[in-house]
Design a protein around this ligand. Structure first.
Ligand code: ZN
Length: 105
């Protein structure tokens, strides 16, 4: 295979209800009064407004394959792209304090 060669990929992707992300953001705003990522503690104001939607991600605390038990915003984690990638190194999403201890000792 050469660099840049096209390859056809097919895969299934589990979908989250799109309105859940907005509900989570509103929930964080209601609780804190501002947007703050729960794993690294970064505040929204640290990023230019036009990048916030890309930088701030929402993921389920549990696997989407367990979707029948996922009910709402309390099942979602609000995290940055770096934390999101790092957290998926582990099979299960760790609790905030466990993740922070692993990252920062
Ligand atoms: Zn983060």
């Amino acid at each position: 295979m050469s660099e840049g060669e096209k390859k056809l990929l097919q895969h299934f992707k589990r979908e989250r209800r799109p309105q859940l992300r907005d509900m989570k953001l509103k929930s964080v705003m209601r609780e804190l009064g501002f947007l703050q990522l729960e794993y690294c503690g970064t505040a929204a104001e640290a990023h230019p407004p036009e990048y916030r939607k890309s930088v701030f991600e929402v993921d389920n605390r549990r696997l989407l394959s367990e979707a029948s038990t996922i009910n709402g915003v309390d099942d979602l984690a609000f995290l940055c792209a770096n934390c999101h990638r790092t957290i998926h190194v582990d099979a299960e999403m760790p609790a905030v304090d466990v993740f922070c201890r692993k990252l920062h000792g």
